[in-house]
Design a protein around this ligand. Structure first.
Ligand SMILES: C[S@@+](CC[C@H](N)C(=O)[O-])C[C@H]1O[C@@H](n2cnc3c(N)ncnc32)[C@H](O)[C@@H]1O
Length: 343
């Protein structure tokens, strides 16, 4: 009874949820409060479009308590009051303004279209999007990458159909599809209790294996690890075969292998439940580019047959015939990649 009263009086009840929003805020066992669907939300549907309470145009390291205090002082009283409704995982007050901002802000920086480099440092405090919990098997996404222009709103979308009553959660990091449970928890600094994180379950073990494989495959495709560097961890190498690793780093991976690696990544992410429409659009380039580059006629025919299949696993199964086959475009492509990378 006491718990129920506490929930009814909770400051989060005063947060300004749009009237037509498909979610409500309420306690989420083991995760403070969270957002829960109040009706069925279809894959691809917009969940929330939100303006920041305020923004700070500085690198993260320079956002101090003083900087935040000055920003808050400029806010009208009603908006300032909103900020002080925030609680550390729905319970006590935050230790500092800095901590409150870190837990409730999103990077809003836009990117250069060609280099992918961030154009500026812009962080926004979002009262509602920050109430959504994290999941390593999410059902929604906040695609923050905007090329050119400035981001004025943060938007979240359903990445699969969400049932009424289901918690809506997105992944707090973009590269978790390539990270094992242990690596994810180290980065999150809390122990996530989603399906992919339940220790000792067959799904969790398989999930770790799939995500490690995806990371290795992306190394073979790009010649670098997630941090943009070559990996040198002899105790736990991503690519155990030194010759293969060297081939990746010098862009000598044959076209047929590139095509298969691209398809394998799509299939693994699909089986992991992570292949949402945003990710599929981005990663399918790693399939379509090798597909378009084949020059040897017999390879072109198999690749066409593969891509005519219904799903990624079907395409992969057909494409496997190409494994180990050379293509007339191999040498020219290696030279092109080498010159583009400067390696
Ligand atoms: C941005 S807040 C999310 C909303 C928060 N639960 C609240 O009540 O305000 C992030 C914090 O929520 C908790 N959290 C989020 N996702 C979680 C998860 N999957 N498992 C456990 N705790 C989680 C962690 O304490 C994390 O630091």
């Amino acid at each position: 009874m006491k718990r129920r009263t506490m929930a009814l009086d909770h400051p989060y009840r005063q947060l300004p949820i749009p009237t037509n929003a498909p979610f409500e805020l309420k306690p989420s066992p083991g995760r403070g409060w969270g957002a829960f669907a109040t009706r069925r939300i279809e894959r691809g549907a917009l969940i929330l479009s939100e303006e920041p309470l305020f923004t700070i145009r500085k690198p993260h390291a320079e956002i101090t308590n003083e900087v935040l205090l000055r920003a808050l002082q400029k806010l009208p009283a009603s908006r300032k009051r909103m900020f002080f409704l925030l609680r550390d995982n729905a319970s006590g007050a935050f230790q500092s303004l800095k901590h409150a901002f870190a837990e409730n802000s999103f990077n809003m920086a836009s990117e250069d279209h060609t280099t992918g480099r961030q154009l500026d440092c812009l962080h926004g405090l979002f009262l509602l999007h920050s109430r959504f919990n994290h999941s390593c098997s999410p059902n929604s996404k906040v695609p923050v990458t905007v090329t050119g222009g400035e981001i004025t709103h943060l938007q979240s979308f359903a990445t699969r159909d969400i049932a009424p009553g289901e918690e809506i959660a997105f992944s707090y990091a973009a590269d978790f599809g390539c990270r094992t449970r242990e690596e994810r928890h180290r980065e999150l600094r809390f122990v996530c209790n989603c399906d992919a994180c339940q220790p000792g379950t067959p799904f969790q073990e398989l999930s770790d294996m799939r995500r490690r494989l995806v990371r290795g495959l992306q190394y073979l495709q790009t010649g670098v690890d997630l941090d943009g560097r070559r990996q040198d961890a002899p105790d736990r190498p991503l690519i155990a075969d030194p010759q293969l690793k060297r081939a990746a780093e010098t862009f000598r991976i044959p076209l047929s292998s590139r095509f298969i690696y691209g398809l394998l990544v799509m299939s693994l992410l699909e089986q992991e439940g992570l292949l949402d429409d945003f990710l599929a659009e981005r990663l399918s380039r790693n399939v379509w580019v090798p597909f378009a580059a084949f020059e040897t006629e017999s390879n072109v025919q198999v690749a066409k047959l593969a891509m005519a299949q219904q799903d990624w696993l079907g395409r992969l199964c057909v494409a496997f015939q190409l494994y180990g086959r050379a293509d007339a475009a191999d040498q020219a492509l290696a030279t092109l990649f080498q010159s583009l990378s400067g390696r």
